[in-house]
Design a protein around this ligand. Structure first.
Ligand code: ADP
Ligand code: MG
Length: 627
């Protein structure tokens, strides 16, 4: 509890104790009024002041105004009727404040919880200086500086290890608790914790561009993208509160007037009392607080599991997903190709690989990486010029002055080289030099071990249609899909062909349901953007993927997709539960109040009770471990 909350608690205790004492002494008349006003003002003076300032600023329908009017009205009524019973008005104020205190405590606590979960912001970076290590603000570290990360410390900036061996804990980023090993040459991302050895790192980015900053930006901005449910609630509150207030006014005036017209005595008192009860009921607090809190908790819980969701609108869309479309390479497969053969070379094998590796030297495609690593020797970039990457087809470049084309059959057609088919199963990368066919490299990719399980999990999370798209050949695509249990496959697609397919699938889906596309951000950023919801996986350290996607999976575990969907479903279920609970109870109270069957006591109990239940329910969205 903070200072403000403690003071509030003390006010509540003092006021409540005074009420208990007053209950046993017989205080009436003017003295009674003064004695009762003490606990009332102690617990409620700030509400009264707020209400007055609200009236001055023309905001008469806020909660403070409603509470102040209801309680002051009830006290005035008691004075007018001479009953001297102020207990109810004071109790309403007291319970209202108890509710407010609980809510500010719960909201503060869950915010702190999420901040702790996301405790990845580094406080400093150690820079090597002449006099030894110097602690500096990570913002002041230039790209290419050497920083030293001690065991137990957070890696402050993305970089490459130049010295030292260690294992890194990335649980705050990925939700994965198994440590990863890092040694010289490995790229490591900020936000992970260095566990065992001292690492010297050459930074490759500024702090503001590092993974840690991107994630923090994303999480901090998530609450600014409102979901439809949140919009609905704020619109609802804008109509509900004035409507109930008008209802209160009519209730206070019409029945007594009608009575008078019929010649009966005008029983003003009891109708005014019912109207005041309406004012208490008209506070939409439970909804207004619990709905955003549910989304906030859902997004927080998801980040803790390594699933970053960019806004509550995306959380909502995700929960309505019925079609999931996958990109194959890097998403369902490891994207780590092994070169398993070099065939039909008109050049010596080594030479073919050398040309290919040089042509691929600027590409970040998994195929490029595997060819370079199969080549295994340093690349001399001065031998390469005019590199052009043709998404979904391959690469052309000049190597030692020769025009090298390296890619699939489509690319060979483009450069006018006649391919020699290959009987082996695998992804075949053809190479043409100066327009004539030079041979091909056979590479193979393997499915991720958990991909099949991930497809299963999606089906049981309610996904009705699972589709795979790939730029790879028909044979490879069919083989992979049948191993995974995916029944719908489209192969040999160019990146814009993938966009078209996704548009076609979106047009054919059921109304109200949503389509999610999952990719690795390589060659598929346009599709990620186009889908109802774009999911990028293995995004740790990849800016392109983090920027394009609505949902970012920090590691490349395909099981996280079903998990993300389950998290969203749980969160939305909680949101609907709270909406139904709060609106239902309010409606019941309004009816009972109008009939005179429920007084202010019940109204305030219902209000605070619903709020407490709704807030506790909202906090459940934070717990996603077992989903
Ligand atoms: P996927 O849809 O499976 O993710 P891509 O669209 O990235 O695959 O690539 C489709 C095909 O295009 C690959 O199977 C390969 O034949 C060819 N290709 C794409 N990029 C390259 C590259 N850098 N080098 C060689 N071939 C490539
Ligand atoms: Mg791909």
């Amino acid at each position: 509890m903070n200072r403000k909350q403690r003071i509030m608690l003390i006010r509540i205790i003092i006021s409540a104790s005074m009420m208990v004492v007053l209950h046993f002494i017989d205080a009436s008349g003017a003295l009674g009024f003064i004695l009762y006003m003490l606990p009332y003002l102690i617990v409620g003076y700030d509400i009264l002041l707020e209400a007055i300032s609200g009236i001055i600023h023309g905001q008469v329908l806020d909660e403070c105004f409603l509470m102040a009017t209801a309680t002051v009205g009830a006290i005035a009524l008691a004075l007018y009727e001479g009953s001297g019973d102020y207990t109810e008005a004071i109790a309403v104020m007291l319970f209202y404040q108890i509710g407010e205190l609980f809510q500010s405590y719960a909201v503060g606590k869950s915010r702190r919880n999420i901040a702790e979960l996301m405790d990845i912001r580094p406080d400093y970076a150690n820079i090597e200086a002449d006099a030894g290590l110097e602690k500096v603000d990570p913002d002041d570290v230039a790209v290419g500086s050497i920083i030293v990360v001690q065991p137990g410390a957070k890696v402050p900036i993305d970089g490459i290890v130049i010295e030292g061996e260690s294992s890194l804990n990335t649980v705050a980023l990925t939700g994965e608790s198994l440590p990863r090993d890092a040694g010289p040459g490995d790229a490591i991302v900020s936000g992970s914790i260095n566990m065992t050895g001292v690492l010297r790192i050459r930074t490759t980015k500024e702090f503001g561009e590092s993974t840690v900053s991107k994630i923090l930006d994303l999480v901090e901005n998530a609450s600014s993208r409102k979901s439809k449910s949140e919009d609905f609630i704020s619109k609802f509150a804008r109509i509900y509160t004035p409507a109930v207030c008008i209802g209160a006014l009519l209730l206070a005036v019409l029945p007594p007037l009608a009575n008078a017209a019929l010649g009966n005595p005008m029983a003003w008192g009891s109708w005014i009392y019912r109207a005041l009860t309406f004012l208490v009921i008209s506070c939409p607090c439970a909804l207004v607080i619990s709905i955003p809190l549910s989304f906030f908790a859902g997004i927080g819980g998801a980040s803790n599991a390594g699933v970053l969701i960019k806004g509550s609108n995306y959380l909502e869309t995700l929960s309505k997903t019925r079609i999931v479309v996958f990109d194959k390479t890097g998403t369902l497969t490891k994207g780590a190709f092994e070169v398993s053969g070099v065939h039909h070379g008109t050049l010596p094998d080594g030479k073919l690989l050398e040309y290919a590796a040089h042509a691929e030297s600027a590409s970040s495609h998994p195929i490029a990486k595997s060819i370079m690593s199969a080549y295994g020797r340093p690349i001399d970039r001065s031998r390469v010029s005019g590199i052009e990457e043709i998404g979904g087809s391959g690469i052309t470049a000049y190597v030692d002055g020769h025009r090298v084309a390296c890619g699939n059959e489509r690319l060979m057609k483009m450069v006018g080289a006649k391919t020699i088919p290959c009987r082996s199963v695998g992804t075949i990368i053809h190479i043409a030099i100066d327009g004539s066919y030079a041979g091909h490299i056979l590479i193979s990719d393997t499915l991720k071990p958990r991909s099949a399980q991930a497809i299963e999990a999606l089906r049981s999370a309610g996904i009705q249609r699972i589709v795979m798209l790939t730029g790879d050949s028909h044979a490879i695509a069919e083989k992979g899909a049948s191993e995974l249990g995916i029944d719908e496959v489209y192969s040999e697609l160019m990146p814009d062909g993938k966009v078209e397919k996704v548009e076609y699938l979106m047009a054919s889906k059921m109304q109200g349901s949503k389509l999610a596309f999952v990719g690795d951000g390589i060659n598929d950023a346009p599709v990620i953007r186009r889908a109802d919801i774009g999911i990028a996986m293995g995004a740790m350290g990849s800016d392109a993927a983090i920027e394009a996607a609505d949902v970012v999976l920090m590691d490349d575990d395909p099981m996280k997709i079903a998990k993300a969907i389950r998290i969203s479903q749980k969160c939305l279920r909680i949101v609907y539960e709270n909406i139904v609970l709060a609106i239902g109870i309010k409606a019941a109270c309004l009816i009972l109040g109008a009939l005179g069957l429920a007084g202010m006591w019940l109204a305030i109990f219902a209000d605070v009770g619903v709020m407490v239940i709704a807030v506790l329910n909202a906090i459940r969205a934070l717990f996603v471990k077992k989903l």
